[in-house]
Design a protein around this ligand. Structure first.
Ligand code: ADP
Ligand code: RBF
Ligand code: MG
Length: 167
């Protein structure tokens, strides 16, 4: 049992180090089947994850995300943590965008504004428990992002490409 969790996290205005701006080409993950769980996670490049780790701890974060030339900005939840796959030498940053995409977007530019921290990473006894917590993370992100100072970042030029920008 995970118990009840707060439905909104973080101050009403993002506090340092947030907002944190991350950008990179989507790379192949570890094929752990996130998509099969209904929760695909797009991986940011390792060096981008490394730079995020300089100002933050491991855990689950929320914010805004946009892909490629598309000007639509969606809420996102991000898992940032040590990766056993690399014998815990590297941390990965995996972004689940809260939007239904018709196609994969490997190799495209992913732009993310991390606006706050949700919780620490946990070890789960079952996949169902993990999925339940991720679904709660998604609700927490949506509610937390509905505040004015967070909504304002959705229009930030960092995530919304101008019409003249080339990738
Ligand atoms: P991998 O192990 O390669 O990360 P996943 O099963 O986690 O595989 O799938 C991630 C890929 O799914 C992303 O790189 C992206 O191309 C695609 N994708 C489709 N919809 C989404 C979404 N809503 N959020 C994140 N990635 C998505
Ligand atoms: N994996 C964990 O082992 N513990 C976690 O607390 C955890 N939280 C996650 C939260 C979010 C929002 C997302 C998208 C993934 C999370 N994962 C967690 C899953 C992990 O990073 C990876 O996506 C899965 O291992 C893929 O099946
Ligand atoms: Mg993934």
């Amino acid at each position: 049992m995970t118990g009840r969790r707060p439905s909104v996290v973080g101050a009403d205005t993002p506090e340092p180090p947030f907002p944190v701006y991350l950008k990179g080409l989507v790379s192949q993950g570890f094929g752990r089947g996130s998509k099969e769980l209904g929760i695909p996670t797009a991986n940011l490049p390792e060096d981008v994850a490394e730079s995020f780790g300089k100002s933050t701890e491991s855990g689950i974060y929320y914010g805004w995300a946009a892909v490629g030339a598309c000007r639509d900005v969606y809420p996102m939840v991000m898992s940032f943590g040590w990766n056993p796959y690399y014998k815990n030498e590297k941390r990965s940053a995996e972004v689940h965008i809260i939007h239904k995409y018709e196609q994969d977007f490997y190799g495209e530019e992913l732009r993310v504004i991390v606006t706050g921290y949700i919780r620490a990473e946990k070890n789960y006894e079952s996949l169902d428990a993990l999925i339940e917590d991720i679904n709660t993370d998604i609700q927490v992100a949506q509610k937390s992002l509905a505040r004015p100072q967070y909504l304002a970042l959705r229009a930030d030029p960092f995530v919304v490409p101008t019409t003249t920008t080339t990738a």
